[in-house]
Design a protein around this ligand. Structure first.
Ligand code: LLP
Length: 412
């Protein structure tokens, strides 16, 4: 459910017309709906109301400061994966005790930064990292709280690049090594094992893999209890999918209910790290058709948004729905929607049926709120797009369009 809909044939973001936004802020343009963000956050968080839980929005999905502030105001904690993300969430006013820090390659400086901030815990992904955290915490004369990211070896049945909980993936520790790692904490004076963590993948369209992982973790929890360890947190990561096309991912309430069934009577605080399910359908990317051209086998719409602005189609072959911003009622044709970048991999859609489009028309690329702007780059020296947040009938620039000066600002 989102707040991008046609009114008399013109696409609106909440109460603001998208053509007006394009005119005012230019294209390519990311447009976010505040109401959709809030609604998604509430729907997700309340789905777990029956459990003692903390929802930590996964910052990597959309890390714009205004988005983070908006979610923090709703009570969200944050899941971060870098010192840069920590910097952002603190700027956004997130309480440190609601921040969890994941990722396979945390550097000593980032660990120090997180300890100084007083985050809730580190999700630790290797013994080497555990030792590094212990060392940094010792230098700071403090004790770091840690969970181990356990790789449960379940197949999340998603794209291989975003599947993370199988034995062949670089993430976490397998169950046997996890046990050794927990035991090891007993001999380290500056770490305290307080939780268990896993994240098996992203864009999951069934809850079964989550439940399979949970079952393995709960068995493991028993072993930890036998060792006398005081485990308080169970972090199940993110990963709930959204509908880009015709997928029918489970509603968070289905997930919440299934978790509640499995966790009754177990005294663990559940941490969840949703990203895409909150941000994905809360944003669109608006792009203008610069040229149309055809050859004997293809019709092309050459648009001003490119793989540097939205890389998902090029990188994963992902489907993003595309529609006209002003409905034109023409007969459909089949198009490749491509950007101006000098690579054949620069496309937003291939073989897509769209009403016949002419130069200068605007297109909306849907489901671009997650992993859209955050994965954008300056490739081909293209300044990054503007991001705006629409809230009812008000518009706020969440990030200005970059300028040519911005492109070279750090170059000597
Ligand atoms: N927690 C951890 C430890 C993660 O690695 C991720 C995503 C999440 C939470 C949030 O997962 P979500 O709820 O958004 O599925 N760029 C890819 C997605 C990469 C996801 C990486 N990790 C894409 O555009 O599909």
């Amino acid at each position: 459910m989102h707040h991008f809909e046609y009114r008399d044939g013109t696409l609106f973001a909440e109460d603001v017309s998208v053509p007006d936004l394009a005119k005012e802020y230019g294209t390519p343009l990311y447009v976010y709906s505040a109401a959709t963000f809030k609604r998604h956050y509430k729907a997700f968080d309340s789905a777990f109301a029956g459990l003692d839980h903390l929802t930590c929005y996964s910052v990597k999905a959309n890390s714009n400061l205004s988005v983070l502030k908006m979610l923090a105001e709703q009570g969200a904690g944050m899941d971060i994966v870098s010192g840069g993300e920590l910097y952002r969430v603190l700027k956004a006013g997130v309480a440190p005790e609601k921040i969890v820090y994941s990722g396979v390659g945390k550097r000593a400086s980032e660990i120090k930064q997180a300890l100084e901030a007083g985050i809730l815990l580190f999700n630790v992904e290797s013994v080497a990292e555990l030792l590094k955290i212990n060392e940094v915490a010792k230098e700071m004369d403090t004790i770091a709280k840690v969970s181990f990211r356990i790789n449960p070896d379940v197949d999340p049945q998603t794209h291989p690049y975003i599947s993370t909980g199988m034995a062949k993936n670089k993430f976490g520790l397998d169950i046997d090594h996890s046990l050794a790692a927990y035991k090891m904490t007993a001999d380290l004076d500056h770490v305290e094992a307080v939780g268990m963590d896993c994240h098996i993948g992203s864009q999951l369209t069934s809850i079964d893999p989550f439940l399979e992982a949970l079952e393995k973790l709960l068995k493991f929890y028993e072993k930890l209890k036998d060792l006398g360890m005081d485990i308080k947190y169970l972090d199940l990561g993110g990963g709930l999918g959204i509908s880009y096309d015709d997928e029918e991912p489970p509603h968070p309430t289905e997930f919440g209910q299934a978790l509640a069934n499995m966790l009754t009577g177990i005294p663990l605080k559940i941490i969840l790290e949703p990203g895409r399910v909150i941000a994905g359908n809360a944003g669109i990317m608006v792009t203008e058709v610069v040229y149309t051209k055809s050859n004997p086998s293809k019709n092309f719409l050459i648009v001003d948004g490119a793989m540097n602005d939205l890389v998902r189609p090029s990188l994963y072959g992902s489907y993003h729905r595309i529609g006209e911003v002003v409905q034109n009622g023409r007969k459909t044709e089949e198009y490749d929607v491509v950007g101006p970048i000098c690579e054949s991999g620069d496309f937003l859609a291939r073989d897509r049926e769209l009403p016949r489009i002419v130069d200068g028309e605007l297109l909306a690329v849907y489901s671009a709120g997650a992993y859209g702007f955050t994965m954008s780059s300056n490739y081909n020296s293209r300044p990054r797009a503007c991001e705006v947040i629409v809230d009812g009938n008000t518009v706020k620039v969440a990030r200005q369009r970059e300028t040519y000066e911005d492109l070279i600002a750090k170059e000597l």
